[in-house]
Design a protein around this ligand. Structure first.
Ligand code: MN
Length: 227
């Protein structure tokens, strides 16, 4: 066997409620998947085809701490339901899509909104605004065997106790099985892939010292301190 020429990096992983850890392969994120959020970002919420961007697997962070990132003065919270795949494939039919889900967790798609905006205006890729270190705080993964497939119920984010984002999972424009099916037409999905399913309205900035509390019906709450 060929030896690595530098030390191999550890596999990014997220703790699983009940024990063990979920090794992360890829992270896909859908944009504008709740109509009210699409409107607040200046877009038409009609059901045009979904679009996705990616974060890095190592951007997931279950530590409960979010270090304020460099080179930005406008870092926003986006409260999201994360979907963890136990298997994958290509051209997955919608009606079989949920068979590939291992579980779900509460997550945050933290965004350097100022940098994302500059990239949008220039027609450039979004990574600098989205795929930075610690940009995806995440709670424990709840296996489907324990909680089923959440498709409705409140998703809410409070900052320092004040309600900032409040919606319902049922308001997703593209549902979880549809996202899996669509992604599998363009990518080969596999065990270890994670999908962030979009955010309801009310995104806004955070500052050092803020405490973000994300609650999603049926899942453990996620508390993250901005450091
Ligand atoms: Mn998002």
């Amino acid at each position: 066997m060929t030896e690595f020429v530098i030390d191999p990096h550890p596999a990014p992983a997220v703790p699983v409620s009940g024990g063990g850890a979920f090794p992360v392969r890829r992270v896909y994120c859908i944009g504008r998947n709740y109509a009210a959020h699409a409107v607040e970002m200046g877009h038409d919420p009609t059901r045009e085809p979904p679009f996705f961007f990616q974060k890095n697997p190592s951007n997931l962070d279950a530590s409960g701490r979010f270090p304020y990132p460099p080179r930005s003065a406008d870092v926003h919270h986006e409260a999201e339901l994360a979907v963890f795949l136990r298997s994958g494939g290509t051209d997955i039919p919608v009606e079989r899509a949920l068979d590939h889900v291992f579980g779900y967790a509460a997550a945050l798609d933290m965004t350097r909104r100022d940098l994302q905006g500059e990239m949008k205006r220039a027609g450039r890729p979004w990574e600098i605004g989205k795929a930075f270190e610690h940009s995806a705080p995440v709670g424990p993964v709840h296996p489907v065997s324990a909680i089923g497939h959440p498709s409705e119920g409140e998703i809410a984010l409070r900052v320092n106790g004040e309600m900032r984002q409040q919606g319902d999972l049922a308001q997703m424009i593209w549902k979880v099985p549809e996202m899996i099916a669509y992604l599998s037409e363009y990518f080969e999905l596999a065990a270890g892939d994670v999908i962030l399913s979009g955010t309801p309205a009310g995104v806004g900035p955070v500052a050092r010292g803020d405490v973000m509390d994300l609650t999603i019906a049926g899942l453990a709450p996620l508390t993250v301190t901005v450091t």
